[in-house]
Write a protein that binds this ligand. Structure first.
Ligand code: NAD
Ligand code: MG
Length: 381
């Protein structure tokens, strides 16, 4: 039996993690945490019987406690609750399926308690990779990627020496607006941007796929996970999302992982690594597919990737500001307050206003996040 706790259990990755649990009776859920969806959390508690359930919102936690008072589950709230769940002695693996930098502290707490991390929350590595990765090494804790590209790279590297990586091939679908130019993007609405061609994901990451910010965050995530510099990470647009990413080795051999797009595969792989369990998912039919294609990313139009490179090259607290500004801009876009292209302008403005802190502490990371939020709150739209 493997005991797991899930941070962000009501979201896209969280609910798919619970699908994997349903299919594998030797997985046991001991903790669940989510933001505000009390109805779904109640259902999850009744089905999975965790010891602990956390709501980010304190009022929602009270509401939940009332709804499940006939059960033995312990209800907690806020950051304190998430930290308590992250270190609970009964759990072996923490699945970080929360969205945003709020994942940093629970992840650090869990690593210190030697919990394996199944990491979906890329924002944690983007902003605090310089803290998380050395800490995981020091505690001999595995950080197993859930992001499909990083899982593909991880699977391609299996058994290989990292020193022998020549480059990482990071694939991207290109999102719903692939092929368009800046003038075509002007009037795009959130409904257009939320129509991802291949993946069904949370709203924030779906917008990030349309701007290519997601790929920028993933380049940073890959740098931390695999210890490679960005010059060795080659982003390739591959619209069919069949090759999930790969590695070119020093002898020219390329090993990549292919399959139908289904997040349950990387989730399950992380939960059972190094085992590979059977899975009831679609199968790749190469003959039916006939062809797959590749393109250079258009980073002049989809500036998210270009700005991520800038943030990465500057380093320190700049990736935090890139990420925080994007988070706020995406929220404004989803609330119909700004246009699609304004997302790029907001990120650029926040980055140009920021005084970089080298090697930021967790406090300094969270302060830089707040500084970007405050700056954007004062902007007029
Ligand atoms: P989502 O929006 O669907 O779910 C987010 C979860 O976090 C929800 O359960 C929500 O309740 C919880 N949450 C949000 N704010 C909270 C708070 N203040 N306190 C407690 N819980 C809170 O997001 P998602 O698409 O599942 O993405 C989660 C993470 O995984 C992100 O970092 C994303 O980049 C990454 N990721 C997602 C996918 C995907 O297919 N969805 C793929 C790769 C990586
Ligand atoms: Mg991804």
């Amino acid at each position: 039996m493997k005991n797991i706790a899930i941070l962000g259990s009501t979201g896209s990755i969280g609910t798919q993690t619970l699908d994997v649990v349903r299919a594998n009776p030797d997985l046991n859920v001991v903790g669940l945490a989510a933001g505000s969806n009390v109805e779904l959390m109640e259902k999850q508690i009744r089905e999975f019987k965790p010891l602990v359930a956390v709501m980010g919102d304190a009022n929602k936690a009270n509401e939940l406690a009332d709804r499940v008072k006939d059960t033995d589950v312990k209800i907690l709230s806020g950051m304190d609750g998430m930290l308590e769940m992250a270190v609970m002695p009964q759990s072996e693996v923490l699945v970080t399926a929360i969205v945003g930098m709020i994942g940093i502290r629970p992840t650090i707490a869990a690593i210190k308690e030697k919990k394996t991390i199944a990491l979906a929350n890329k924002e944690t590595l983007v902003t605090a990779g310089h803290i998380i990765i050395p800490l995981a090494k020091e505690n001999n804790v595995a950080i197993l990627p859930v992001d499909s590209e990083h899982s593909a790279i991880f699977q391609s590297l299996n058994g290989e020496n990292k020193e022998r990586i020549s480059k990482i091939l990071l694939t991207a679908s290109g999102g719903p607006f692939r092929g368009l130019k800046t003038e075509d993007l002007q009037g795009k609405t959130k409904y257009d941007a939320l129509k991802h061609p291949n993946w069904s994901m949370g709203q924030k990451i779906t917008i990030d796929s349309a701007t290519l910010v997601n790929k920028g965050l993933e380049v940073m995530e890959a740098k931390w996970l695999f210890g490679v510099e960005r010059e060795k990470i080659d982003v390739i647009i591959h619209p069919q999302s069949i090759i999930h990413s790969g590695v070119e080795f020093v002898d020219g051999a390329v090993i990549a992982q292919m399959g139908v797009p289904d997040m349950k595969l990387p989730i399950q792989y992380a939960l059972f690594y190094p085992d590979r369990r059977p899975m009831d998912t679609g199968r790749l039919d190469l003959k039916a597919l006939k062809s797959i294609t590749f393109e250079e990313p258009d980073i002049e139009t989809f500036k998210g990737l270009k700005m991520a490179y800038e943030a990465m090259d500057i380093g320190g607290s700049m990736p935090t500001v890139f990420n925080a500004a994007n988070e706020k801009a995406v929220a404004l876009f989803l609330n119909d307050k700004i246009h699609f292209l304004d997302i790029y302008d907001i990120i650029a403005e926040a980055m140009s206003n920021h005084k970089v802190i080298e090697n930021p502490s967790v406090e300094e990371i969270l302060d830089s996040e707040q500084e970007a939020y405050d700056l954007i709150a004062e902007m007029k739209f």
